[in-house]
Design a protein around this ligand. Sequence first.
Ligand code: TXA
Ligand code: MG
Length: 317
Amino acid sequence: MKTHRLTASASDIARAGDLLKSGHLVAFRTETVYGLGANAYDQNAVTSIYTAKGRPSFNPLIVHVPHAQDSRDFATWSDEARALADAFWPGPLTLVLPLTGQHSIAPAVLAGNTTIAVRVPQTASAQALLHAAGCPVAAPSANRSGHISPTTADHVMDELNGRIDAIVDDGPCGVGIESTIYDPAQRMILRHGSITAEQIEQVTGQPVSCYDGSNDHSPSAPGQLSSHYAPSAPLRLNVVEPTETEVFISYGAHHGDFTLSETETPEEAAANLYAVLRRADALAFEHGKSIAVAPVPTEGIGRALNDRLTRAAAPKS
Ligand code: TXA
Ligand code: MG
């Protein structure tokens, strides 16, 4: 299969929308990471996402729609969920909502769950693509399962060239780590992202708990599997003094092989994280080294940063 590299021009978006509608796989840029989209009503199309990624079939997908209203056929909305959508959509928050009794979402999207993860992405190109497709679009991150998520079109091509029909190249992603996943019924964050527990509490006025990872064998968000987002080289965290056999990723003024943020800004570090991990992994491979990462802040988006780094460092099963 040839993977067509499209732009975010109106004519290319129209073409990409037609491809999605007719059951093909199209990668596209969201504000978090690139997603690999398929028509969420089309069981064959959704199944081919799992094949292209090598994704385990028990891991459900997030459905992307241009507006909250476009989910009403398949998602059940509580007042609390609606308040969160009003506050944060379009934006990097995924809401896990009960399915409606009657819906046409393909079973492969849901992987047996009675809830559905819904997200309204922010980029103009994703919005235009969803409108052009005219259907809900199931989209995991556009990487091979277990690999580092892609934040540029080149990353997607490195991972999936020849396995998908097209990619809409719209430049690098701004946020750089996947959306916060929140379940309003349990008042629980299932995956940390740039939208924090404090921000959610401010909207709902209710305390928020966080999935504690103690349940890794039947994860309610398999993005919570301990090894995930992983480079090939072993990775050591909170390193102040790297050894000679380590590629060093620093935080702040450039004194390593790479820095996550020259200016020590957690948002910048998040935006750079996956690209830097990919480059460090390539350098480590070239020189037979491992990777060491400096301590990064734990507040705000720093919590999600540390979460992804911990998973990248976890032993691979
Ligand atoms: O930022 C993002 O969320 C990106 C962009 C492309 O939108 N997407 C993304 O998808 O990160 P993916 O498939 O890599 O991660 C989706 C996570 C998985 O951990 C999955 O288990 C969880 O969402 N998930 C999907 N449906 C769920 C549900 N009904 N209940 C709980 N977790 C669910
Ligand atoms: Mg992913």
